[in-house]
Design a protein around this ligand. Structure first.
Ligand SMILES: *[C@@H]1O[C@H](CO)[C@@H](O)[C@H](O)[C@H]1NC(C)=O
Ligand SMILES: *[C@@H]1O[C@H](CO)[C@@H](O)[C@H](O)[C@H]1NC(C)=O
Ligand SMILES: *[C@@H]1O[C@H](CO)[C@@H](O)[C@H](O)[C@H]1NC(C)=O
Ligand SMILES: *[C@@H]1O[C@H](CO)[C@@H](O)[C@H](O)[C@H]1NC(C)=O
Length: 585
């Protein structure tokens, strides 16, 4: 036997989703009805009835409104109004303060979605009463005012999404006080001013989306970030400092005007998307961007990039979309861009010799030379000599009207099918595929849990940075074993505690709720000394891709033995009945 006790544990943990558990506390049911009333009985909650047992599942759950419980308490509340109906603000009698007061009577809430409901008012500071919040989405409402300071007290908050509201003021510096915040998205609001320098201290932050606001000035150091979307602001002139792990950078429609830092970008080997279109960039276009190994989407359209492209330049094999339009490029289009079925390549309004493709019309080459001189750029002295002479004349300033086209902002979503985001349905059907002896054991476990045990280290959420530090960036030397579901690492936390870290791939087809509920259960798994968990997010859509579970490293206990032994090629049936319980009885 042996094998992965943890996997079995996880399977047991997911039994939390089985119906027939404790009914919801009456006071919480009352709060849910009160919330419905405060929202003016929206159609989306039409399935809530007096006799609804919210923790049971059943007919009241729809894809756009549902509740998840752990035991008799609400842990998730999702109410998503119909975006098509064009939600109006709720009537003048609506009080967002009263709404959040009622909400705070659901103290175990971890995941909260309130979208397209017409909520209006400033986000109340008393949101801090919901101490367990991990994921919040309040997009597409009419929230205004500044982000409340109370948010900084939400020590477990990992994702905050408030796109399409009217939030204003500056992005507050106290965001750095939220140790686990990994995803912050405030697209299409009314934020102003410069971004706080303290953003560089947010070690957990992975995705920062502030597109379509009114932000200005240079960006702070963004070296920890993987996803950056700052489109349509007034940011610039300096290109920000990026880290090597960056995957997507969208700076379209701003006021960046210095050059692209070719050296820094050349080391961004995970960069998939770079969109700097519609700015005022000048200077040479680093053609090496085309050959970055991960690059899929590159747009430099509508700038004043110069340089002589070489027909034999190479392209990365993932490149799908390239837009070079409306710059001052000369030379010939790289062959790897031309002969490319399934690739979309735009290059009109440059001075390229286009080898037969007349559909994307070009300026005569003196145009680019003159324009380049007009903005004081010395055209890059290419390998070939012909362009070199013009450079000598730098300094002549032609005050010609620049015909740089208006900002072209591409919001093309990734087209490749396997990467397309599956419709995310959070409604989960509890599986009934577990054998009954397992169920019996699960019940036994939850009773022992209720008896309580002493001396358990506090359970908490970890940041990916902490886990990286603990395992020396998940070094091979820390690897204890692996199987089809993921890896097991040995490590040491910064306070010296030795730990084992189980990494589990989260299948996109599995719902996220399942994992949240699993974790609810694990919180009580003192018998295996679970210290905490950590999520890793998908770069595109902020869904969870990996779940890390952190356990105390048990020196002579069975746990370690069970975890580390027999890892090679051994497959564990999720319903393996008896193994893990021997130690618990
Ligand atoms: C719920 O019960 C109250 C009284 O207990 C009643 O006034 C109300 O109409 C009921 N609502 C629904 C939706 O059945
Ligand atoms: C937030 O809610 C909106 C509207 O329901 C949805 O489109 C969006 O994907 C959600 N964002 C996240 C990160 O869950
Ligand atoms: C954007 O901010 C600037 C000041 O930084 C202000 O003058 C301008 O009116 C703002 N624009 C909008 C649309 O709010
Ligand atoms: C392209 O060809 C020229 C000569 O025709 C050569 O000097 C240059 O190194 C080549 N570049 C690449 C990237 O192969």
């Amino acid at each position: 036997m042996g094998g992965h006790a943890l996997l079995i544990l996880l399977s047991v943990a997911s039994l939390a989703l089985l119906p027939g558990a404790t009914p919801l506390q009456p006071s919480q049911a009352w709060s849910l009805f009160k919330l419905r009333q405060l929202l003016g009985d929206p159609p989306v909650l039409g399935t809530w009835h007096n006799y609804t047992d919210f923790c049971y599942g059943g007919d009241y759950k729809t894809a756009s409104a549902f509740v998840e419980c752990y035991e008799d308490s609400v842990t998730q509340l999702h109410i998503m109004g119909d975006p098509g109906a064009g939600a109006r603000p709720l009537p003048a009698t609506f009080s967002i303060d009263a709404f959040f007061t009622t909400l705070s009577r659901l103290p175990d809430l971890k995941v909260l979605t309130l979208t397209n409901l017409g909520l209006w008012g400033p986000l109340p500071g008393k949101i801090s009463r919901l101490q367990k919040l991990e994921i919040v989405n309040v997009s597409s409402n009419y929230l205004y005012g500044e982000l409340p300071r109370g948010l900084s007290q939400l020590g477990s908050l990992q994702t905050l999404v408030a796109d399409h509201n009217m939030l204003g003021g500056k992005l507050p510096g106290w965001l750095k006080d939220m140790p686990l915040l990994a995803v912050l998205s405030l697209r299409n609001n009314m934020l102003q001013g410069t971004l706080p320098e303290s953003l560089k201290d947010m070690l957990s932050l992975r995705s920062l989306v502030l597109a379509s606001n009114n932000l200005s000035g240079n960006l702070p150091d963004l070296k920890n970030l993987q996803v950056i979307d700052m489109a349509n602001n007034a940011l610039g002139p300096k290109f920000p400092r990026l880290g090597r792990k960056v995957a997507s950078v969208v700076l379209a429609g701003n006021k960046f005007s210095d050059g692209l830092p070719a050296d820094m970008l050349a080391s961004c080997y995970l960069l998939e998307r770079l969109d700097v279109s519609g700015n005022r960039f000048v200077g040479p276009f680093p053609a090496a961007l085309l050959s970055l190994p991960s690059m899929e989407y590159l747009s430099i359209a509508g700038n004043r990039f110069t340089g002589r492209l070489s027909g034999n330049a190479s392209c990365g094999e993932n490149l799908r979309f390239v837009d070079l339009s409306s710059n001052l490029l000369t030379g010939s289009l790289p062959g790897c861009l031309l002969a490319a079925p399934g690739k979309s390549v735009l290059f009109s309004a440059n001075c390229l010799s286009t080898a037969g493709d007349d559909s994307q019309s070009q300026h005569p080459s003196p145009f680019c030379r003159n324009q380049a001189l007009a903005v004081g750029i010395v055209p890059e002295q290419g390998h070939k000599k012909s362009g070199a002479k013009a450079g000598v004349v730098a300094g002549i300033v032609l005050v010609g009207a620049l015909v740089v086209s208006a900002a072209v902002v591409f919001v093309v979503r990734k087209a490749s099918a396997p990467k397309a985001r599956p419709a995310r349905r959070l409604v989960e059907n509890a599986s009934s595929a577990y054998p009954s002896n397992l169920l019996a054991d699960a019940r036994y476990i939850s009773q022992t849990v209720k008896l309580g045990a002493l001396g358990i280290p506090a359970y908490r959420s970890f940041s990916l940075v902490e886990l990286e530090a603990a395992t020396d960036n998940f070094q091979v030397s820390s690897l204890m074993g692996q199987d089809a579901h993921g890896q097991m690492y040995r490590g040491r936390l910064s306070n010296g505690t030795p730990v084992t870290i189980r990494s589990l791939k989260v299948n996109k087809s599995q719902s996220f709720t399942r994992h949240i509920e699993m974790i609810s259960k694990l919180r009580h798994r003192h018998l295996v000394s679970a210290l905490g968990h950590c999520f890793q997010y998908n770069l595109d859509d902020s869904t969870v891709t990996h779940l890390y579970l952190v356990f105390e490293y048990v020196h002579n206990g069975n746990l370690r033995g069970r975890i580390s032994q027999g890892t090679e090629g051994r497959r564990l049936s999720p319903a393996g009945p008896s193994v893990p319980y021997t130690r618990w009885r």
